[in-house]
Design a protein around this ligand. Sequence first.
Ligand code: ADP
Length: 244
Amino acid sequence: MNEALTIDGLTVDFGGFKAVDGFTTVVQKGELRVILGPNGAGKTTLMDLVSGKTASTQGSVHLFGENITNRPEHIIARHGIGRKFQIPSVFRDLTVRQNLEVAASGEPGVFRNLRLHMVAEDRARVEDVIAMTRLEPVLDTVAGELSHGQMQWLELGMLITQQAKVILLDEPTAGMTHAETFRTAEIINEMKGSHTILVVEHDMAFVRKIAERITVMQMGKLLAEGPMEKIETDPKVREAYLGS
Ligand code: ADP
């Protein structure tokens, strides 16, 4: 099964206004897909529909062939959709390492006996994520004291250690410095191939650094889809989004 996320004719009707309107796309396993589009295009609503925060009125979402359409949000999370919001949800009083161990053990809140819950495979995953997110220097720092960027990387790392099958990232570089944005691109590039990621992002310089395949939305619909070079030169996209 190479189709990780299959979105078919997805629609939500908010009292006559369709914020997402017959949207269809397929994200392959290991793919990094960027969703672009002007403000109000329906990108966040699309993420809400996929993650179960909002119920759709038509269409379907399948995760590795399993129908997850309109299942409750916590059930969808359990199926393996991991969503990272702009405001991170980490345990602020735990250290970076403890946060990663909580995520790896799959028992948030049971942190005292954490190591007892972790099998060798979990430990290996935590070490891999530490290397990937460059969090080594702050492993013993409590999460509440991290910089904005480190906090974002920790949350991303927690989704990986939780073994999310598809990771949804909503503007991962919002509020980041130039250096933090650069590092985030490096981390995401390292995740390519081994993780399936759907990113909503506005920062075009960042998108150019990470993008493989891009989906452009406009008024809830799919406007264009393809590699960056094709999207950037597409007259429809230039008119709708790039403003020229
Ligand atoms: P984007 O993330 O692309 O900026 P959004 O998904 O946030 O776009 O919003 C798409 C449109 O749907 C906007 O016009 C927004 O006002 C509208 N919208 C979003 N959520 C609701 C809701 N719960 N009820 C009514 N309209 C909504």
